[in-house]
Design a protein around this ligand. Structure first.
Ligand code: PSU
Ligand code: MN
Length: 326
């Protein structure tokens, strides 16, 4: 394989190397022009929401990214290709095909080697986004340390990858089905910078605050973009996690939510669910137990993150151009 300069744009890099990266025309053009692009994950489509809300969510989130001035790049592995920027038909296929596997890091080589398809998690979306040269990635919530990890060792590969890939990830924190203090400890160990957007506290997905502190608060998308640039200037690999609390009017009732979580965790144990199935199982049970409330809240927070992510990508593109012009 020839040596490919890191400064070369992603489309040229993919052509020169054997990297099976496929960018949509729109995404390739935006990246080549240094324009704002936002990566979006696909496990949230295939395993995070029921049909048809998953399709609606996937379409809406792309629209919100566009409305806020950036180009959406939904990521998936299709026939062994790392795709960033999907057609409406490809998005619909992900939303309606229940057999699409969830693709974490260990699965990527299998899918690429065998020419198969998979829905990307936060971990694998981050890898593809970084390969493509996309600086901002929007999701709902990140994976983390599961409750009981001291014995199960169930810690999401999302955390490992956030410690490695250079990009800014926008999320409403992580669900309190996880062990949030332990999740923040692992993020610290991996050197991930955790910012709060207009908050001092790490959000807990359906709740605006977990009560746990973030590393720093930022008041604007430009401030967040500058932290990512600062991280890169320092030569530090790894991500900046920009946490964005759910809009106040969409927040769930904390007491009823904790009851739902306890019930979901009991079902998890009773059904002997382990490994890759744990997170999708818990999400599905939470949606069932809280009925429409949590799906509505989930949609609202994803769109809220998409707007912030797009505005941050616009600032990042602008700052990068200003620096290049100096
Ligand atoms: N948390 C959510 N919604 C999701 C996920 C997590 O609130 O859809 C998905 C994301 O794709 C995340 C993955 O990357 O689950 C983490 O799975 P695991 O815990 O198996 O690493
Ligand atoms: Mn796991």
């Amino acid at each position: 394989m020839p040596v490919v300069p890191a400064t070369m744009n992603a489309a040229d890099r993919a052509r020169l190397s054997s990297l099976p990266l496929v960018l949509s025309d729109e995404v390739a053009e935006a990246l080549a022009a240094g324009g704002p692009v936002v990566a979006l994950e696909s496990t949230i489509i295939s395993h995070g929401f029921p049909y048809p809300q998953n399709l609606h969510m996937a379409q809406e989130v792309e629209r919100v990214v566009r409305d806020n001035g950036a180009v959406p790049a939904t990521v998936a592995i299709l026939d062994g290709k790392l795709c960033a920027g999907l057609s409406p038909d490809q998005v619909e296929w992900l939303a309606t095909n229940p057999k699409v596997p969830k693709a974490s890091v260990r699965d990527l080589p299998i899918l690429v080697g065998k020419g198969q398809s998979g829905a990307t998690t936060v971990a694998t979306t981050s890898i593809v986004a970084a390969l493509a040269g996309i600086g901002v990635f929007v999701t709902g919530g990140i994976g983390g340390v599961h409750r009981g990890a001291a014995t199960t060792f169930d810690i999401s590969a999302d955390l490992t990858v956030l410690g490695r890939e250079s990009l800014l990830v926008v999320a409403a924190g992580a669900k309190s089905v996880l062990d949030l203090p332990a999740t923040l400890e692992v993020l610290e160990t991996l050197g991930v910078t955790v910012l709060g957007y207009r908050t001092d506290h790490f959000p807990a997905f359906y709740l605006r605050s977990s009560g746990l502190p973030v590393d720093a608060r930022v008041e604007s998308p430009a401030e967040a973009a500058k932290v990512l640039l600062g991280r890169r200037d320092l030569g530090l690999p790894g991500a900046v996690l920009l946490t964005n609390p759910i809009p106040p009017e969409e927040e769930l009732d904390p007491v009823r939510l904790e009851e739902a979580i306890q019930s979901a965790l009991r079902d998890l144990t009773q059904n002997d669910v382990t490994g890759r199935d744990v997170t999708p199982f818990l999400l599905k049970r939470l949606h069932e137990v809280t009925e429409v409330g949590s799906i509505k809240a989930n949609l609202a927070l994803v769109n809220n993150n998409a707007a912030l992510g797009a505005r941050t990508a616009v600032e990042l593109a602008q700052l990068t151009k200003e620096r290049a012009g100096r």
